[in-house]
Write a protein that binds this ligand. Structure first.
Ligand code: ADP
Ligand code: MG
Length: 330
């Protein structure tokens, strides 16, 4: 069997079986946005992500400065999705021989800018020759165990919420890939190149105990929802008409797709937070959204596992998506 048949998540599921542990200090190993290790009164949060030239980015459309910012941002988003506080990071880079030193210095300036903004400290890494640029960051953070939000806490009857808007990053990437010159669509491209990790929002939701489970939308709404559902052993219904779409997205989506929803449902890299909460929390969630000035939208509800994942279209028709979104190796 080759990797195409089982896909990225099939590979991870096998690795997960090979790596079972009975260490009582390991609160969470493989299977969530970060690993969680008990360290006295607090827990240590550990996450890592890889970016590979030609797979995750293309030097013809991203400059080294925003690439440095994004490399850290995608890891910050994983700590955000637990409601933790990011603290320290290590970065390993593989670089081709012919790369100009200015690429590296500019990349590190972007990295430093992002690190300063989110108050995290670079503490080490590794450097090697590579045929293409490879960037791997390992980010450490901390949290309080009873406040943290995992993928597996969702209950039947909970509401499903998402922050910000969806689909912008995927539409921005499409514009870059097709090299379309669209005046006024810069905000969509920016959402793809410079995502903003929702660290403050994640912490606020966790500290106030507003949610039952949380994940960041890195691979796409449907895939990341399905991760939450799988870990929690539940199903869900999402109302397509409630999916938050930005003004720019609504303006430009029709130049690319007749149906406005596929990008918002399956497009990745929005790095918004997706969480579930009991309906008594609706009022407190709206007031948090107002006080942080971050839109939070109720897009669905949690059902028993046997119901699976359903999308309710604008015309009331109901379907179970067969294709959830992007997965490596597929
Ligand atoms: P995310 O999209 O939040 O980065 P992933 O889908 O990449 O999450 O990973 C899901 C889980 O699988 C995480 O716990 C991650 O640490 C783990 N994981 C992913 N790849 C590997 C691997 N090659 N070996 C061990 N664990 C892995
Ligand atoms: Mg994640």
């Amino acid at each position: 069997m080759d990797l195409r048949e089982i896909g990225e998540f099939g590979i991870i599921n096998r690795i997960r079986k090979w790596a079972t542990s009975s260490d009582p200090a390991l609160v969470k190993g493989i299977g969530d946005d970060v690993a969680v290790i008990e360290m006295g009164a607090k827990v240590l949060l550990v996450t890592t992500d890889i970016l590979i030239e030609g797979i995750h980015f293309d030097r013809s459309w991203i400059n080294p400065y925003p690439l440095g910012q994004k490399a850290l941002a995608v890891n910050l988003s994983d700590i955000a999705s637990m409601g933790g506080t990011p603290k320290y990071f290590l970065i390993s880079i593989g670089l081709p021989k012919n790369l100009h030193i200015s690429f590296v210095s500019s990349f590190y300036r972007g990295l430093k800018k992002e690190a300063k903004q989110f108050r995290v400290q670079l503490i080490g890494g590794d450097t090697s020759l590579a045929p293409k640029i490879v960037i791997n960051i390992c980010l450490l953070g901390e949290g309080i165990k009873r406040d943290l939000l995992f993928r597996d806490g969702t209950k039947v009857g909970d509401d499903l919420f998402v922050s910000g808007t969806l689909g912008d990053a995927a539409l921005g990437l499409k514009i870059l890939e097709e090299k379309r010159k669209i005046k006024g669509a810069g905000g969509l491209i920016k959402k793809h190149l410079s995502p903003y990790p929702r660290v403050e929002l994640g912490q606020a939701i966790a500290k106030r105990h507003l949610a039952t489970a949380m994940i960041d939308v890195s691979d796409g709404l449907l895939i990341d929802t399905s991760h939450l559902l799988e870990e929690s052993g539940v199903g869900a219904r999402i109302w397509e008409g409630r999916i938050p779409l930005s003004r720019l997205y609504r303006k430009w989506i029709h130049s690319f797709s007749k149906d406005p929803f596929p990008f918002a449902l399956s497009g990745g890299e929005d790095y918004e937070l997706l969480f579930t909460a009991p309906c008594e929390m609706r009022g407190r969630i709206s007031s948090l959204a107002r006080s942080l000035k971050i839109p939070i939208t109720r897009i669905g509800e949690i059902l028993p596992k046997k119901d699976g994942l359903h999308i309710i279209r604008m015309d009331g028709k109901d379907y179970s998506p067969s294709h959830l979104g992007f997965e490596h190796f597929r």
